[in-house]
Structures are given as structure tokens and as C-alpha cells.
Write a protein of this length. Sequence first.
Length: 152
Amino acid sequence: MLQRVQTLWWVLAMLSLVLLFFAPYGRIEGGLGIYDLGVLGFSGWVDADLGAAFMWPVAVLCGLAVLLLGVTVFCYRRRRLQLRLSVVAVVLELGLFGLMYYYWRVVLQEGGFIGRLDWPFVMPLVAVVLTVLGLLGVRRDEAYLRRMDRLR
């Protein structure tokens, strides 16, 4: 059912990933100014098309993770599928975190810039924790249903 507590965890994980689309997770200083690095590319970048094209794998991975969590919420009658989708979502979120860090390091090394990471950088890790909490809730429901079947 949609009233289960794991639904809350998955929705909060979705919101933390959607937040990445609107908040830059890094700041890069050097060259002609200060640039913000986000999932959708650079803001303040001289060649905006290049910045957006450079970051498309991060945006796609973030979008897939959000979509997968949304599907997981609405598969409430199929708990086994929810378990599998949650595990895949955790892998996607960890991959997103690694890819965000990789792109940030590439930009710093290639351009010789100075940069720092901001608080939205940890949002994929927050989503991992929330998704695992949802996964544990499904496992608890499965154990409860098995226990109730034994009593019949």
C-alpha cells in the first residue's frame, strides 16, 4: 500500500535527487570567473552548450535514479520487485555520486582551476541511505507476512 513507511523513504530519496537538478554541487574558480557545476552543466560558463554536453551522463543517471524510485513507489503490490528495484536504485545512486566526483576532478585537473564542493554533492549518498531504509521496510513487511502465514 502507499501508506507504508518505505514509501516515505523512497519519496524523500526522490526529492533529494530532484534537488540536484536545481542546486549546483560544486564551485570552480579560475580563468575568466567563477562557475557553478551542477547536474545540468555549468552556470556562468562562456560556452554553455559545451558545459551542458559535458555533463549529460550525470543528468541521465540522476534522471534514471529518480524514475526508478518513482516506479518502485507504485509497485506496492509486488514486494519482490520493489526489493530488486531498490537494489538497482542504490547502485545507480552510488554510480551517480562517483560520476559527479569524477567530473568535478576532471574539470579541476584539465583547466588548472581551484574548486570546492557544496552541500548538494552529498545528496546521492542521502538518497542511498533513504533507499536502503525503504528496502529494509520491504524486508520487514515480507518477514511479517511470512510470520502471519505460519500462524494460519
